[in-house]
Design a binder for this molecule. Structure first.
Ligand code: SF4
Length: 224
């Protein structure tokens, strides 16, 4: 748990709860220690609630991150506990579990939704077959829900060519996404030697960035 952040929930001061478990194995994952779900968590839910309840009046919201929060069957009641303290609730998700994702949407104020790649090419990033389909279903549910959200993609030249970045952006814009960010790969935290060995300076080109920017009401490029 991170007790205080000004960058993980747009416009709000928030705490971040990192939930164990993710079925995917992205090479650039910064939280590989959270991929397995263990029987006993390092921090119990009671500990989280104790810490969060002491921050009433100091923070505005709580963000569920991970790992992948929707991999936890206890997500909805946990969000309910936080809401009862009158906090806004956000979630970072890649949409691995569309049914649970859809169920918790009415409980959320904001979602940061990770889009890994064009949906037909997800396996290249997640290393899990057919992972694009649950992601697509989750994004469709998010779009239909009316919940405020941003889509973001971690970009690395070995995983996504500039043409694929542009094609992905066009797909998202056509689906109705209005807020998008490219997060350029950072070596810090990545354990993938092959990805780490490739430089990302000059990627993507300014021309590609401007073509992507033109597709959205709001677009950010995040480096470092
Ligand atoms: S989906 Fe997120 S948590 Fe899961 S492996 Fe990929 S980067 Fe890590």
């Amino acid at each position: 748990m991170t007790p205080f952040t000004a960058t993980d929930f747009p416009g709000l001061l928030a705490a971040v709860v990192f939930v164990q478990g993710c079925p995917w194995r992205c090479g650039y994952c910064h939280n590989t220690h959270l991929q397995p779900r263990t029987r006993h968590a390092a921090v119990t839910w009671q500990d989280v609630m104790h810490l969060v309840s002491r921050r009433v009046g100091l923070i505005d919201g709580v963000v569920f991150s991970g790992g992948e929060p929707t991999s936890d069957p206890g997500l909805a009641p946990a969000i309910g506990d936080i809401r009862r303290l009158d906090f806004k609730v956000g979630m970072h998700s890649a949409g691995t579990h569309p049914r649970r994702f859809e169920r918790v949407l009415p409980l959320l104020d904001w979602v940061g939704f990770d889009v890994k790649a064009p949906f037909e090419a997800y396996e290249r990033v997640t290393r899990v077959r057919d992972s694009g389909e649950p992601a697509r279903r989750s994004l469709e549910a998010l779009l239909a829900s009316g919940v405020d959200f941003e889509c973001r993609t971690t970009a690395h030249p070995s995983l996504l060519s500039e043409q694929e970045l542009l094609a992905l952006a066009r797909t998202l814009a056509a689906m109705g996404v209005t807020r998008y960010a490219l997060q350029i790969f950072r070596k810090q935290g990545s354990r993938d030697a092959a990805l780490n060995a490739v430089g990302v300076s000059g990627y993507p080109s300014q021309a590609t960035i401007e073509r992507i920017r033109a597709l959205f009401q709001s677009f950010d490029i995040r480096r470092g």
